[in-house]
Design a protein around this ligand. Structure first.
Ligand code: ADP
Ligand code: MG
Length: 370
């Protein structure tokens, strides 16, 4: 069993005035796969290292299985950690690299042997146990680093961007292997990444952070469908959500010169009057639009754009359009069976049930279509 509770946890590094982590609150249940995601410098590693005991907690409390942990030494926390820059011992075999920590702790030889083989089997590196790290590929080396963590039999596994140094294909492959590992070990995983795709595919719950502050803690689908603010909306999902300034007055939404009716169950969770002149920011996901020749296209909600770039991806075509009222490109998924040229005019309709509205000033979600 290993639950983790963070209560008002903050971190200010010596010499810094700004908090690197600001009032982090969360209850992580035993066996959850939690992902911390956010841009570089948002405080992911700092939070992870405070859980591991590698950084002091400036304010707040950390509990593991209900036990106060702030002052407990890292070695007494029963936590295993895998870093981005895993350093393997170059002169030791894979076997000895995995066994290293166990030998230090004077674990009996037979037990070490059993554990190393078990770990190697889980990770599919049994046949490389006699090799030196330099005779391994990047992915295999990364597996050895994970192997070192698994033999610890820890209650909690912490990963800090373990796949960042791998090329894209290997990263995808290792991602699947880490998910499999989680399914096998059934213990608590906390995984840090700046890659939202990694976060979405791995986490049972995701913590989105920005500037040391937690923005939202939710399941992948809820983050995608119900982001609490513009930052989360823009961070989760590729291609990125389009943002466009608009007016929202008396249930009428005006984008550019087009006004559409948003009367249907459009309950703002904030006083729309407070918007000041009805200024809002509209969020539209590229894949929630329909182009003119597709089923579901609705002239009532139609806009027109001019193609700047068309990206044919095989099963999908992404169009980068100039649309009235929008600075920069407006991205939509076009009809993959069609060829688009630069300068082509494309009509597309938005789905009023799938748009997002954000307060122009606070950037908080005003209304989420359901
Ligand atoms: P992330 O892992 O999300 O990229 P970090 O947790 O490493 O972010 O860093 C959060 C903030 O704390 C950054 O502004 C970073 O510069 C600062 N920081 C990290 N480590 C230290 C340190 N040892 N001393 C001072 N500031 C640090
Ligand atoms: Mg980091």
């Amino acid at each position: 069993m290993a639950s983790i509770t963070l209560k008002h946890v903050s971190k200010t590094y010596p010499g810094n005035t700004k908090k690197s982590v600001d009032d982090f609150n969360m209850e992580i249940q035993d066996g959850e796969f939690i992902v911390f995601v956010g841009p570089s410098g948002c405080g992911k590693s700092t939070t992870l290292r405070m859980i591991a005991g590698l950084e002091d907690i400036t304010d707040g409390e950390l509990y593991i299985d209900g036990k106060y942990m702030n002052d407990v030494e890292p070695k007494d926390r029963n936590i295993a950690m895998v870093f981005q820059n895993y350093a393997l011992y170059p002169y030791l075999s894979v076997y000895d690299n995995i066994a290293f920590g166990l030998k230090l702790r004077k674990v009996p030889k037979a037990e070490i042997d059993k554990k190393v083989h078990e770990a190697a089997k889980i990770l599919g590196i049994e046949e490389y146990l006699k090799r030196k790290p330099k005779a391994l590929s990047g992915g295999q080396r990364q597996r050895v680093a994970v192997g070192r963590a698994i033999v610890r039999d820890a209650n909690i596994y912490l990963f800090d961007e373990p796949l960042s140094n791998l090329d894209a294909k290997l990263r995808t492959q290792m991602r699947v292997e880490i998910i499999r590992l989680y399914e096998k070990l059934k213990t608590t995983f906390v995984y840090v990444t700046h890659d939202q795709v990694e976060a979405m595919t791995m986490g049972t719950r995701i913590v989105v952070m920005k500037d040391g502050i937690v923005q939202q803690i939710d399941t992948p689908t809820n983050l995608y469908d119900y982001p609490v603010n513009k930052f989360v909306a823009g961070f989760i999902g590729t291609p990125q959500m389009n943002f466009i300034d608009a007016k929202y007055i008396d249930s009428q939404l005006t984008i550019g010169s087009k006004t559409i009716d948003l009367t249907k169950e459009f309950l703002a969770n904030q006083d729309v009057e407070s918007l000041g002149g009805g200024n809002v920011c509209v969020g539209i996901r590229p894949r929630s639009v329909k182009v003119m020749d597709q089923e579901g296209y609705d002239e009532k909600y139609a806009f027109e754009g001019t193609v700047n770039v068309s990206e044919q991806l095989g099963d999908e075509v992404l169009l980068y359009l100039t649309v009235e009222g929008k600075d920069g490109d407006f991205t939509i998924a076009g009809n993959p069976k069609k060829q688009y040229k630069i300068g082509d005019k494309v009509k597309f309709s938005i789905n009023p049930n799938e748009i997002h509205l954000f307060n122009h000033v606070t950037e908080k979600t005003l209304y989420i279509s359901k």
